[in-house]
Design a protein around this ligand. Structure first.
Ligand SMILES: Cc1ncc(COP(=O)(O)O)c(C=O)c1O
Length: 373
């Protein structure tokens, strides 16, 4: 099966050096160690080393590990904001941001996705409120790369407004970490404004094909987070095999730029191939490759089943109610391990199945493969 739905951008999941490191760390420590929260008995020099290396890589003073991206972000928003603070965030933010904002006891203003006019309007509302309250600050939250459509957050434009308004910026760069920028440091590096990103957050679940997350930023803020973030204080710390495995992944991510290059070669071939065949891939400016089509939910289901069972291609779709009725989005995630043959076979299968979709051939109750059987 050719799979386009794996969070494994750089192909590290089955890299022999990674498999070896993971296995050796598990053999040495088991899954139990450490057996407490970071602040109790769960701190080790390896946890601290990983944080130091992440901070260095992201050009920040310090970093703190989080056990998961989703849970870490929810708790991060909680720890950063008091009820006097105001959050301004992008409407298409990932669920972890939305859910963190939901728990915020103070005000929040949402701006239309990547719409800088609306962003400034919401900033003005936030600034006005802070002025009136005479306390609190503004936290702006957006993403480095929006994981569904693949478009980058407008970090350059957002940070440019720091001259005019006082706010801090938190960026979730789950899809940019390891894939964007000269060194792979992410969307901030790619847009030349990494130093203006106050808090840089990423999960290890995408480029590193692992578990865990981190946030990097100024030492005083990271220190404050370290001693106050509930998801880490009231939870066991990351197990040793993950910490050691993530150290190795970070080392390869930094020292083997050819992996990122191969990822981009594959993404470019896939995206160009789709465009040449007349597919609409929207405004992606990352390796995330959405393909927009029109059709009902049943048609979409029959089409992915046809692709999987009869063409050996697996990819996830997004349909109603996540997006409006009558629309289908295929979300293809290229990796460094896809081959030219995989890309060619996928482009050919997409061409054939799209023709079938347009001809109404998937408007059947039965799934094609099942019907044949
Ligand atoms: C933008 C973004 N933030 C956070 C997460 C959650 O990370 P984790 O899987 O480590 O919980 C994801 C996806 O998994 C994501 O795409």
């Amino acid at each position: 099966m050719i799979v386009w739905s794996l969070n494994n951008y750089l192909g590290l999941a089955n890299h022999p050096e990674i498999r070896k490191t993971d296995a050796e760390a598990a053999a040495q420590y088991g899954l139990a160690t450490p057996m407490g929260a970071r602040m109790m008995s769960g701190n080790t020099s390896q946890h601290e080393l990983l944080e130091k290396k992440l901070a260095e890589f992201e050009g920040k003073e310090d970093a703190i590990l989080l056990n998961y991206g989703y849970q870490g972000m929810v708790s991060l928003i909680d720890v950063l904001c008091s009820r006097h603070d105001v959050i301004v965030y992008d409407a298409e933010s990932h669920a972890c941001i939305i859910d963190g904002v939901r728990l915020h006891p103070g005000h929040r203003y949402v701006f239309k996705h990547n719409d800088m006019e609306d962003f400034e309007k919401q900033l003005q509302r936030a600034a006005h409120l802070i002025d009136k309250q005479k306390s609190g600050g503004i936290l702006v939250i957006t993403e480095g790369v929006f994981g569904m459509a693949g478009d980058q957050g407008k970090l350059k434009e957002i940070t440019a407004l720091k001259n005019k308004y006082e706010f801090r910026l938190l960026v979730d760069d789950a899809h940019g970490f390891g894939t964007l920028g000269k060194t792979g440091a992410g969307a901030g590096e790619a847009q030349g404004v990494q130093d203006q990103v106050d808090l840089y957050f990423s999960t290890f679940a995408k480029s590193m094909a692992s578990i865990g997350a981190f946030v990097a930023g100024p030492k005083n803020i990271i220190d404050y987070i370290r001693y106050n973030i509930r998801s880490q204080i009231f939870a066991k710390s990351l197990p040793m095999p993950l910490v050691i495995g993530n150290l190795k992944r970070l080392e390869l991510l930094i020292t083997r730029p050819e992996m990122k290059q191969k990822l981009w070669d594959n993404a470019t071939k896939l995206q160009n191939g789709l465009k040449e065949r007349g597919f609409d891939i929207g405004n992606t400016d990352s390796v995330v490759t959405p393909v927009y089509m029109k059709g009902g939910v049943e048609e979409a289901t029959a089409m992915v089943m046809d692709l999987r069972e009869n063409y050996g291609i697996f990819c996830s779709i997004v349909v109603y109610p996540v997006i409006p009725k009558g629309h289908i989005i295929y979300r293809l995630i290229p990796t460094a391990t896809h081959t030219d043959e995989d890309i060619k076979a996928t482009l050919n299968a997409f061409e054939v199945t799209k023709k079938k979709l347009d001809a109404g051939e998937y408007k059947v109750a039965a799934i094609p493969h099942m019907a044949e059987a």
